[in-house]
Design a protein around this ligand. Structure first.
Ligand code: RB5
Length: 144
């Protein structure tokens, strides 16, 4: 797993959680691509969802993590791109099934709606869980 390149992006509401994730991933040996934002100055979450989509389209990262206040805006924006299957998760069970059944390539989280421990659980499970394939493969294929 640690050979994966993980892209991180957030708006201003998610910048602190993104930093926690960057440290966690780096300490675990993942390659990390930080797409910003890197300050608490107000920015627009669709711009960072678009950066994530371009990064995945260009195969610069294997998985992505998007963070905004609730995770809602940034996941809606990201899912407008064909290259993205972003799952808004609130716990590690959501994260597990987003991988097993939906082959989600982006984990979307709300920094204002969950604590860092739950967020780190989501991150770990999201990166460790493989897509189950089988009956789910055709369903996922229908989305693209
Ligand atoms: C920013 O204030 C906030 O609206 C944004 O982070 C996000 O929660 C939108 O869905």
């Amino acid at each position: 797993m640690a050979e994966l390149t993980v892209a991180l992006a957030s708006d201003h509401a998610g910048v602190e959680l993104k930093e926690i994730f960057r440290e966690e991933l780096t300490s675990k040996g993942f390659k990390v691509l930080d797409l910003g934002t890197n300050s608490k100055d107000s920015v627009d979450y669709p711009d960072f969802a678009d950066k994530m989509a371009s990064t995945l389209e260009n195969a610069q990262a294997d998985r992505g993590i998007l963070i905004c206040g609730t995770g809602i805006g940034i996941s809606i924006a990201a899912n407008r791109h064909k290259s993205v299957r972003a799952a808004l998760c609130h716990n590690s069970t959501d994260a597990k099934f987003s991988r097993l059944h939906n082959d989600a390539n982006v984990l979307a989280l709300g920094a204002r709606t969950m604590g860092p421990e739950v967020a780190l659980d989501c991150l770990k499970v999201f990166l460790e869980t493989e897509f189950e394939g089988g009956r789910h493969a055709a369903r996922v294929a229908k989305m693209s």
